[in-house]
Design a protein around this ligand. Structure first.
Ligand code: MLT
Length: 261
């Protein structure tokens, strides 16, 4: 389905019935990364899964920020008439967007799930690398980003087929959208000071072998969020939901069921 949001066409799917869950994918992925989780949760929850601006089947803009991504998602909720507060599930870049969503749309949040992400901003070195990668993507295509990331995205148990599937999806994302997302990540705010002010139920969840946002980074982040829960997913890397969908779903289900009590 397509919703016209903030001047852009945003592709999304909704599945299931029950309290609403809003899923934000990582970079440079698409909403498809949530399919294994949606299949398992849509018997009890309404799952709302967009492709972020510039990714998958959504329209591209050359200039986008984490705030724009967050506003797109709030606009999507308006467009589909979802007035209930949502549990926001964000992985990696989706987690950066979750922090912005908290800042800008707090009243729309029932809970946060911060998966394989970090609260800190990019270092100057990381920013410079993003700039180089954005230029390479615009020149040579999104395959340059996919090739650069594929080695660190998965844990040691991931099959060659799983990696090849995701490498292809990343390579198919439009280069202008991928470059814009790289620049948005490079200029994102530091959210570490925000952590102590997070006042909704929060789950931090990380793959035990995540080499990008490591369990240590996530444990430190979790310790700064009042009352947050933490789950470490055995046998998974940064792509925990597609690597270990059963354990990832169990962690989400337990957390969401507690919200009902
Ligand atoms: C992601 O998975 O969204 C990216 O690894 C995040 C990043 O590059 O900071």
């Amino acid at each position: 389905m397509i919703a016209h949001v903030n001047g852009h066409d945003l592709y999304y799917v909704t599945r299931g019935r029950g309290e609403p869950l809003l899923f934000a994918h990582g970079f440079p992925l698409t909403g498809e990364m949530w399919n294994p989780i949606v299949e398992r949760l849509s018997n009890g929850w309404t799952c709302i899964v967009p492709d972020l601006r510039g990714h998958g089947r959504s329209a591209i803009s050359d200039d986008v920020s984490m705030a724009d991504f967050a506003d797109d998602l709030a606009g999507l909720l308006d467009a589909i008439g979802e007035r209930r507060a949502v549990a926001f599930v964000g992985l990696s870049m989706g987690g950066y967007i979750a922090f912005e969503f908290f800042r800008r749309h707090r009243r729309r949040l029932r809970a946060l799930v911060l998966a394989d992400t970090r609260s800190s901003a990019d270092t100057p070195e990381a920013r410079a690398k993003r700039e180089v990668l954005a230029a390479a993507v615009l020149k040579d295509g999104s395959k340059s980003a996919a090739d650069g990331m594929i080695g660190t995205l998965f844990g040691p148990a991931a099959s060659p087929e799983l990696k090849a599937h995701w490498r292809a999806i990343m390579s198919l994302n439009p280069p202008r959208g991928v470059a814009a997302a790289l620049r948005a990540m490079a200029t994102r705010s530091n959210s570490t000071d925000l952590l102590a002010r997070i006042d909704c139920p929060t789950l931090a969840i990380v793959g035990a072998h995540d080499a990008i946002t490591t369990p240590d980074v996530m444990k430190d982040m979790h310790a700064r969020i009042p009352g947050a829960a933490l789950r470490v997913i055995a046998g998974a890397g940064h792509m925990a939901p597609v690597e270990q969908p059963d354990s990832f779903t169990d962690a989400l289900r337990q957390f969401f069921e507690k919200l009902r009590q």
